[in-house]
Design a protein around this ligand. Structure first.
Ligand code: ZN
Length: 221
């Protein structure tokens, strides 16, 4: 059953190659030039000199990217509307979510830190997930959304600014220290945020950038 489903996805959405060619691919590590040929699904092309991956035909890439991005968007709603952390200290209970944490930073005289928190943990993941759905969703039906090329370029540039993992690591380190001063409990928002991190990693790595450009070029023509 699973194999039949996987076969259906492959036959619906094989990686199309732009007519013409031959096309070339350069190794990012040793600059060796290779001819970029079409690959079967699940196979990676490697550099013949250093063995680095040149490009990869990932299984059911469009479905995977769209589904994980959609899941991340839905979970971001949970992150913003449910408590991230609850702290009990000296009989006082404090509940924080990401927005209230940023507001506290601003109130305490660190507006830059508050702005960076909102930008890197809320705005960038939301924009990345929305951008991926905007580009890959219509491609599932062989169409190109207006301005999809600009959005795809912008996605490549903003990818490194998705810093959910760094933020989560910072939170965990701070909590280890805070635990000595107060009773700290993780809320639903924290667990949702952890799953968002996994979904964003799966969505971003779900499709090879060469494949995205080929699909856009073929769907446009
Ligand atoms: Zn190489």
């Amino acid at each position: 059953m699973k194999n039949a489903f996987s076969r259906t996805l492959r036959s619906l959405h094989p990686w199309p190659k732009v007519p013409g060619g031959p096309y070339l691919s350069t190794c990012h590590f040793c600059d060796t030039l290779h001819e970029a040929t079409a690959l079967p699904e699940g196979v990676a092309a490697r550099c013949r000199c250093c063995g680095a991956v040149l490009y990869q035909n990932r299984p059911a890439s469009l479905v995977r990217v769209t589904a994980f991005s959609l899941a991340a968007l839905i979970l971001m709603v949970v992150v913003n509307f449910f408590p991230f952390l609850t702290m009990d200290a000296a009989g006082i209970r404090t509940t924080l979510n990401l927005v209230s944490a940023a507001k506290t930073l601003v109130d305490q005289g660190s507006p830059l830190l508050g702005f960076a928190l909102v930008l890197f943990t809320l705005v960038t993941p939301l924009a990345l997930a929305s951008g991926l759905i905007y580009v890959c969703g219509p491609l599932l039906f062989g169409r190109v959304a207006p301005g999809a090329f600009v959005v795809a370029k912008w996605l490549n540039q903003t990818e490194p600014w998705n810093m959910i993992e760094v933020f989560l690591l910072g939170v965990l380190v701070s909590l280890l220290k805070l635990n000595k001063l107060a009773d700290v409990h993780f809320g639903m928002g924290f667990w949702a945020f952890s799953v968002v991190m996994v979904c964003m990693a799966a969505a971003i790595s779900g499709i090879d950038r060469d494949e995205m450009w080929d699909r856009l070029e073929v769907a446009k023509s």
